[in-house]
Design a binder for this molecule. Structure first.
Ligand code: CO
Ligand code: CO
Length: 345
């Protein structure tokens, strides 16, 4: 036990890459899954073909299960905060389907013998507190010894089968609303390199630990049909999944995108992420880039951890939705399918 580290140490040093930036690229994932047959079962209301946030399985005409799993290596140095961020990020996929989280299981990879066990306690406490805030319960989990620290949750929620917020639900004329600012990948990477201010780090943390509960409940209350959460594939990557699944083209107003404090500074300081590169490779031919600036493009392809919901909202409900969800901003609209899945303007 002599090699157990004594504080201070930085949790992010136990991550090979930062947060959701470690997610496998969408192009590789698509290639790997393509040969596998899709299961044809009428109870599967949302399966993997629509690249949705979670699977939805009908139990009865009034009840369906929403199931998802998400875990990653530390994106922040504080163990309690890491637990909160990872849990908020995992719970978000249930909210992105219009679901209500019920139960969670933890998934842990822990460098036993290198990090003190109190670190694991603090991570789990952060996770458990977020699960509780979501009105759900942590009922078990699985822990392995792993050189790279990892934490996340499998979450099960419930949804009425007629109230699912699916990637297939966007309709021409809908307005696109984003509920959190972009830039967590850039700011997290700047923090890791010691190139971010404490205020920028705190703003990123505040955003990442915030549940998408209010954004989800407003969408369900207004009977919206389509939402996704913006995570590792970036705003444009997740928007492209909606465009493809709904058979539409999304116009994104890049100048209106909300941006976290510190994200532009990180870009100006030369911060880049591997996740953004992978996202660009996937998106390059799917997007009409227009006269987007390098800065706007970098923010639109920045991999997010625990990002906000991207919601497609009928025009007459936009004011109501915005009044219910603090921080929500109109970022575009849904148009008929054109040559590209996404058009930046
Ligand atoms: Co998601
Ligand atoms: Co996910």
């Amino acid at each position: 036990m002599t090699d157990v580290l004594a504080p201070p140490f930085r949790l992010t040093q136990f991550a090979r890459c930062a947060g959701c930036a470690a997610k496998m690229g969408p192009a590789d994932l698509k290639r790997a899954l393509a040969p596998l047959p899709l299961r044809d079962d009428p109870a599967i209301l949302v399966g993997r073909e629509s690249f949705d946030d979670a699977g939805v399985y009908r139990l009865s005409s009034e009840l369906a299960l929403v199931q998802t799993v998400d875990f990653f290596a530390p994106i922040v140095d504080d163990p309690y905060a890491f637990g909160q961020v990872a849990a908020a990020n995992a719970l978000s996929d249930v909210y992105a389907m219009g679901g209500e989280p019920m139960t969670a299981l933890s998934i842990v990879g822990f460098p036993t013998g290198t990090l003190p066990l109190e670190v694991l306690t603090d991570i789990m406490r952060g996770g458990q507190d977020k699960v509780q805030e979501a009105g759900a319960v942590l009922i078990g989990g699985h822990t392995i010894t792993d050189e790279e620290l990892k934490f996340g949750l499998s979450v099960t929620g419930r949804v009425h089968p007629d109230r699912i917020l699916a990637n297939t639900g966007a309709v021409v004329g809908d307005v696109l609303i984003l509920t959190k600012a972009l830039g967590t990948g850039l700011v997290a990477t700047a923090v890791k390199r010691g190139a971010a201010t404490a205020a920028h780090e705190q703003a990123m943390l505040d955003s990442m630990v915030m549940l998408n509960r209010v954004a989800c409940e407003a969408a369900v209350a207004l009977r919206l049909r389509c939402a996704t959460d913006v995570t590792g594939f970036s705003l444009l990557g997740h928007a492209s999944h909606i465009a493809r699944a709904s058979g539409v083209t999304l116009r994104i107003h890049v100048s209106t995108l909300p941006v976290l404090p510190g994200a532009r500074e990180a870009l100006a300081a030369g911060i880049r992420t591997g996740g953004a590169e992978r996202n660009f490779a996937y998106l390059e031919t799917l997007v009409a880039w227009g006269s987007v600036t390098p800065e706007q493009r970098a923010l639109a392809i920045d991999p997010q951890t625990s990002g906000g919901l991207l919601v497609a909202c009928p025009a007459h409900l936009v004011a109501d939705y915005l009044s219910r969800v603090p921080g929500a901003v109109v970022v575009g609209e849904v148009t008929a399918r054109g040559e590209h899945l996404l058009v930046l303007e």
